[in-house]
Design a protein around this ligand. Structure first.
Ligand code: FDA
Length: 528
């Protein structure tokens, strides 16, 4: 007679074997379906479909954030790296037919790894090969395919023109697909708004596998994918964007001050001018705890990292007028071309322009980020509380970014696009914590730190809702549970990212994808 423990073990083992078997069966059914679909459109599966048995599978799965590297049981059944839209259509068709989830990855920089992780059996459609960029100099527009990176876009623009540029983020390997569809804030955002504000057309594959452009998708869906994220609505293939004109010479500086150099008062004062100064000027603030080179003790360093769309002789009087306390002098400033400034802000100064084309993720770094919006200046005592938190972590591993708003961002109504963080916001806070040693205890300690800091900051930031930036995705704000997403559940995080635009996003989702084919832990739910 078997003991009850043995019986339970036997049942579990049988269930596991059945699961593994059905997953393997699903996998081979999917492969077969794809192969048939590929044959009918004259595509070759070689170099497009990767199973865990392929040598390149592991390198394709390399993640930007070590915290989110899928474990062996969480890996995708297949990775598909299409070259043609027909191959994506085939993936949509087969995954609908076989009930397999799709995760779309463009640059792979999702803060919670939702483009390459899933609790359910899934395939990754990795857009890295769909990355061409075509620029129309006369029209001052560009069609940018989603697998291109920001660095590739900047590089391509610089080779065509000295004065045409685009307004988007500072990190070159970030992908166009996720970044543009979720917002896209960068060093020119006070003058030229967000990447998503400059989208004028798009190509997308919907849940029925149809390829749509702005005209055929209609204005509601086109509205949704300009800040509401592409992921809930389809697979975006490309965006057409308005380019912006920049002066041939711009000015940058990065001036740092420690507590001993009056950093607290400077940061406090900065909050009164950052969103109001000339819109050609974006004074971003980076805060971290460092070891003082003078006395060797820990101190806080505030780095004012700035782009001015003009020459130094124009900048100095503006700074003297608006922020004389910083004591900026000509020697602090560097004049350069806009493309050189993209290298400067990416920490790649003096590198060749081709470094912008590198897309391999930096591995081995664990990371967790969060965001907040500030509508009233944080008082001095509030800043001192932040300093205490920063000093708790090892120097240079925790960082806060204060990104100023105002300027042209104020001229958009909250509902013009799904991105609602417009007039009334002084700045956005990005909280980041990085570590390099694995292990649950280590991770828990750092994640706990950032959650405690976030809880402390509650009294100083926006309320009802406590707003957050969708592109700094944070699953702490809530998540959909499984397939049966609910409006109530998603409202918890949906209103924080999108305010009242959340309701319109839900209506669009219900219209274009009522069966909730495109879904993830923070996708927009359809009304059931
Ligand atoms: P990824 O491929 O991981 O996609 C992100 C999300 O979009 C996923 O849900 C994915 O499924 C979906 N998606 C991707 N491609 C899609 C497509 N073609 N169709 C439909 N859905 C698609 N932000 C910012 O505003 N300014 C900045 O300066 C920076 N800097 C920065 C630096 C670093 C190091 C990181 C990790 C992140 C940033 N970000 C940022 C945040 C960044 O904008 C955000 O993570 C983007 O979603 C990344 O887009 P990717 O395509 O790289 O990500």
């Amino acid at each position: 007679m078997e003991s009850p423990r043995m019986i339970i073990l036997l049942i579990l083992t049988t269930l596991l074997a059945l699961c593994a078997c059905s997953s393997a069966q699903k996998n081979s059914d999917f492969l077969e379906c794809l192969t048939i679909q590929f044959q009918s459109s004259n595509s070759a599966p070689d170099g497009v479909i990767y199973t865990p048995r392929n040598a390149s599978y592991a390198s394709l799965l390399l993640a930007q954030n070590q915290r989110l590297v899928p474990t062996s049981s969480e890996r995708p059944e297949l990775i598909i790296t299409p070259f043609h839209e027909s191959e994506i259509q085939a993936a949509v068709y087969c995954s609908r037919k076989l009930g397999m989830q799709i995760r779309v990855r463009s640059g792979g920089h999702d803060y919670e790894g939702l483009s390459y992780n899933s609790e359910n059996p899934f395939v990754i459609v990795d857009m890295r090969n769909i990355r061409s960029i075509s620029i129309d100099i006369d029209e001052k527009t560009a069609w940018v395919q989603v697998g291109a990176t920001l660095g590739q876009l900047y590089h391509t623009l610089a080779r065509k023109s000295k004065t045409l540029a685009f307004t988007a983020g500072v990190c070159p390997p970030v992908g166009v697909g996720g970044h543009f569809s979720g917002g896209g804030y960068g060093m020119m955002s006070r003058k030229h708004a967000l990447a998503s504000d400059n989208i004028i057309d798009a190509k997308l594959i919907n849940a029925n596998g149809q390829v749509l452009d702005r005209k055929s998708m209609g204005e509601e869906l086109f509205w949704a994918i300009r800040g509401g994220g592409g992921t809930s609505f389809g697979i975006v293939l490309a965006f057409k964007v308005k380019l912006v004109i920049v002066p041939e010479i711009v000015t940058v500086f990065n001036v740092s001050r420690t507590l001993e150099q009056n950093a607290t008062q400077l940061v406090h004062r900065w909050q009164y001018i950052a969103d109001k100064v000339d819109e050609n000027l974006l004074l971003r603030l980076f805060l971290s705890s460092i070891r003082s080179p003078i006395h060797g003790n820990r101190t806080i360093q505030a780095s004012f990292t700035t782009l001015f769309l003009g020459r130094v002789h124009e900048l100095l009087p503006i700074m003297q007028d608006s922020f004389p306390e910083l004591g900026l002098v000509e020697q602090d400033c560097i004049e350069m071309s806009w493309i050189e400034s993209t290298l400067f802000f990416a920490g790649l100064r003096n590198e060749s322009l081709d470094v912008l084309l590198i897309r391999t993720p930096q591995t081995g770094i664990y990371f967790k980020g969060k965001s907040d919006y500030v509508r009233r200046p944080i008082p001095i005592q509030g800043l001192r509380g932040i300093w205490r938190f920063l000093n708790e972590e090892v120097e240079n591993t925790a960082q806060l970014q204060f990104s100023p708003y105002g300027g042209v961002l104020n001229t958009f109504s909250e509902s013009e696009t799904p991105f609602p963080h417009r007039s009334g916001n002084i700045f956005m806070i990005h909280y980041g914590i990085f570590w390099t040693r694995g292990g649950n205890a280590e991770s828990e300690r750092h994640i706990n730190w950032i959650r405690r800091l976030y809880s402390y900051m509650g009294r100083y930031v926006s309320r009802s809702p406590r707003a957050a930036y969708f592109n700094y995705r944070d699953l702490d704000l809530g998540r959909n549970a499984g397939r049966n997403t609910s409006y109530e559940q998603a409202s918890v995080w949906g209103f924080r990212y999108f305010k009242n635009n959340f309701n319109r996003l839900v209506r669009v989702k219900s219209m274009v994808d009522p069966s909730n084919f495109f879904r993830n832990e923070q996708s927009i739910p359809p009304l059931s």
